[in-house]
Design a protein around this ligand. Structure first.
Ligand code: UDP
Length: 200
């Protein structure tokens, strides 16, 4: 099914189940064929507004491997346009469902970003929501370009499959896009304030 375009911003018309199946395939493809890292974006209404002014951000979303409708505002917009996305797929739900998938399949998740200590608390919460989850590592770091080498080295050492980046939008999406060709993971996804939510 062709994606919807809400004010020029792509939204894939997938259910949460389909989005997860797609992400599982990304991990399998990297593990079996060494496929490059794929970017997943959870688009909410703020992203769509920000992407009106910021064409780089818009391109970044529109060229991602998977773009899901994060919030009812985006789902309503696709319905209004008669290109309906089937349901909302919030960033936090995606992270929790992804954690459960990782626990079931033995995929390793890395939690990058947020204030120091927050990702560790989010890790504990995710481990209780998804028993058996293997968190490959956590690191606050910063989206500053000088830190990219260091961060990518840490993620490589940790042998992660999935990298979650909590640097806020659009910084986290642009960070992923800038580094995508050398990210040593199957999937990289911006998760905004998700660790704060899980830790809180
Ligand atoms: N953040 C960070 N470094 C930065 C900017 C933001 O680690 O330079 C973190 C911040 O601590 C928070 C998350 O990024 O955990 C952004 O949360 P926010 O709710 O502002 O983002 P949104 O969900 O609106 O994209």
């Amino acid at each position: 099914e062709a994606p919807a375009f809400v004010l020029g911003v792509r939204v894939d018309r997938v259910s949460q189940r389909q989005a997860l199946a797609c992400m599982e395939q990304m991990v399998t493809r990297r593990r079996t064929n060494g496929e490059p890292c794929q970017q997943v974006v959870t688009v909410n209404t703020e992203f769509i507004m920000a992407a009106q002014r910021d064409t780089i951000f818009r391109q970044c979303i529109n060229q991602a491997a998977l773009v899901v409708a994060d919030g009812m505002g985006v789902v309503w917009a696709t319905k209004y346009l008669r290109e309906p996305a089937p349901e909302r797929i919030t960033g936090i739900d995606t992270l929790i469902e992804l954690a459960k998938l990782c626990a079931a399949k033995g995929y390793r998740i890395y939690l990058l970003g947020a204030a120091p200590g927050v990702a560790e608390q989010a890790r504990a919460r995710l481990e209780s929501l998804a028993p058996g989850l293997q968190v490959a590592g956590t690191y606050a770091g910063s989206p500053a370009p000088e830190e990219e080498e260091e961060i990518i080295g840490r993620v490589r050492e940790a042998k992660a499959d999935i990298l979650c980046v909590a640097y806020g939008a659009p910084a986290q999406e642009l960070w992923i896009r800038r580094n995508i060709v050398r990210l040593p993971v199957a999937i990289a996804m911006g998760v905004g304030g998700a660790y704060d939510f899980l830790a809180g």
